[in-house]
Design a protein around this ligand. Structure first.
Ligand code: HEM
Length: 162
């Protein structure tokens, strides 16, 4: 195995594969609540960068839904973290924030989308990823769109899988 770049030590708890044991909850004022499952994969190749893939599925039909992938960088010597993200919905995004203990809190810094992206358009995303004391990982995502101020869209818990 390639040795972990020391810059990534504060985020080493993310590395590996995670899966939701129980379905996550999707909500938003303008949509019907839904349940989903999700697999997360975080890896590295020795660079000071984490590579990630998140793949979500409809909880009942198992149909692939949302997918995102990208890179995570840490500003050396600080607790500043940046995610570079591409989403299957036609969105590309930079989220930045801070690592406090085992909690990562990120917000959109810049956002781009394909010309024919579905409306309403997302304007802002807030994401919290945290390693809980029980060893599980938790993700909460809120978003603002053209029609709605910042409101929760997703909440899910994952455990380590192989
Ligand atoms: C709806 C954005 C992640 C499933 C939506 C809507 C937006 C959005 C803008 C439309 C809201 C409206 O009509 O007012 C995002 C963003 C995500 C994300 C930015 C990631 C950061 C996910 C994930 C799932 C998911 C992980 C899991 C399966 C859905 C579903 C709907 C929806 C089922 C309702 C039906 C639809 O509009 O397609 N999302 N979403 N989303 N999202 Fe997400």
């Amino acid at each position: 195995a390639v040795e972990l770049n020391p810059v990534l030590l504060p985020l080493s708890w993310l590395l590996g594969t995670w899966g939701s044991d129980e379905p996550g909850e999707g909500t938003y004022p303008s949509i019907k609540p839904f349940r989903y499952t999700e697999k997360l994969h975080f890896s590295h190749v020795g660079q000071p960068v984490i590579n990630f893939m998140f793949n979500a599925f409809h909880a009942e039909s198992n149909k692939p839904l949302h997918r995102e992938c990208g890179f995570i960088r840490v500003q050396q010597g600080t607790n500043r973290v940046a995610f570079v993200i591409a989403q299957n919905s036609g969105l590309v995004e930079i989220e930045e924030g801070e690592l406090t203990g085992n909690q990562l809190k990120l917000q959109t810094q810049s956002l781009g989308r394909i010309s024919f992206a579905k409306e309403p358009h997302v304007q802002q995303i807030c994401r919290v990823l945290q390693l809980r004391p029980d060893g599980n990982l938790e993700q909460t995502v809120s978003m603002a769109t053209d029609n709605q101020s910042l409101t929760q869209h997703l909440h899910i818990t994952y455990s380590r899988s192989c």
